[in-house]
Design a protein around this ligand. Structure first.
Ligand code: HEM
Length: 292
């Protein structure tokens, strides 16, 4: 998918070059993952503008503590998005053209698991999961990376002077500004953890953000170093359920940030960015920047 990502980013940057100031979240960070996830879900062009609100409502309802209003908004978005997906799936089933590389919906429709195809409900839930997993997190990766660089201008200048540091810069952003801050697990047996006995069935909220600033693993964890090595962060979790989209997300981040600072080396924060204000997901609703 690399050529597709490069093409989308180049097109976006061309559009931005007419502007002096812009909102980095809505006018840049959001556009790339929206295009990619739309492509994966079979290009639902006419519904594309709805994806962000669905994603924000669903993710908002996943915080450890939520209001009834946020829960209702999340449930409504799951139903509305589910109906939209059912139409798209019906349409794709009737028109079974070969899936182009990277279009996941068609692969999910025609693929088989243990000798059977996925049911419509399974297809819908997998698509909703894909939007949750890959959309907001990648928007945050792009916005959080720029936030990190604005807060450490020496590192922004270092990246502009040494574009080859883009890979480690994105890893430092993933470590210090993890898009997913908290992971969940449920114990399946009685265990002892950190000197505490936990019975089977205990819900655990695991701090990915905390682990990524563990001074035993990361010297000077609060310092931004875009060349940090080793950088064994757990922004994509680890083990059995490690993020399946990690390679794609890294590629999107590297291309989006690498090309942005190369094209607009004078980029600076124009006024305070507005945080999403969620506990589980770390990102921004808006980030005004000036590019000339
Ligand atoms: C910077 C962007 C991203 C971050 C920080 C991120 C983070 C994570 C984390 C922490 C998990 C583990 C959840 C857990 O075990 O509880 C996960 C799982 C997953 N992610 Fe991502 N993700 C990102 C982008 C993506 C993208 C772009 C996709 C696909 C389009 C994706 C697809 C998935 C899937 C399918 C899983 C489930 C894997 C499994 O349970 O076996 N992610 N992600």
């Amino acid at each position: 998918m690399e050529p597709l990502i490069e093409k989308i980013v180049d097109g976006l940057l061309d559009r931005l070059s007419d502007l002096r100031t812009l909102d980095l979240v809505s006018e840049y960070a959001m556009a790339l993952p929206t295009e990619i996830i739309s492509f994966m879900l079979g290009k639902p062009e006419e519904h594309r503008h709805l994806l962000r609100q669905y994603s924000l409502n669903i993710l908002g309802a996943l915080d450890p503590v939520v209001s009834q209003k946020a829960l209702d908004a999340g449930n409504t978005s799951v139903s509305d998005f589910g109906e939209m997906l059912e139409d798209i799936i019906d349409h794709r089933r009737k028109k079974t053209v070969a899936s182009s590389d990277g279009e996941i919906l068609m692969s999910l429709i025609v693929g088989e698991v243990e000798g059977r195809k996925l049911t419509t409900q399974e297809l819908i839930q997998n698509c909703i999961f894909l939007l949750n997993a890959g959309h907001e997190t990648t928007i945050s990766l792009v916005a959080n990376s720029m936030h990190m660089l604005f807060q450490a201008p020496d590192q922004l200048n270092r990246l502009i002077a040494h574009p080859e540091l883009i890979d480690t810069a994105i890893e430092e952003s993933l470590r210090s500004q993890s898009p997913l801050q908290i992971g969940n697990r449920v114990t399946t047996a009685d265990i002892e953890l950190g000197g505490k006995k936990l019975p089977a069935g205990t819900y655990l909220h695991l701090s990915i953000a905390g682990a990524n600033r563990d001074p035993k693993e990361f010297p000077e964890p609060d310092r931004t170093d875009i060349a940090r090595k080793p950088n064994r962060h757990v922004a994509f979790a680890m083990g059995h359920h490690v993020c399946l989209g990690a390679t794609l997300a890294r590629m999107e981040g590297q291309i989006a940030i690498g090309k942005l600072v190369r094209r607009f080396p004078k980029i600076v924060s124009a006024s305070a960015a507005v945080s999403m204000g969620l506990a589980r997901f770390g990102g921004f609703n808006s980030m005004p920047v000036s590019i000339y």
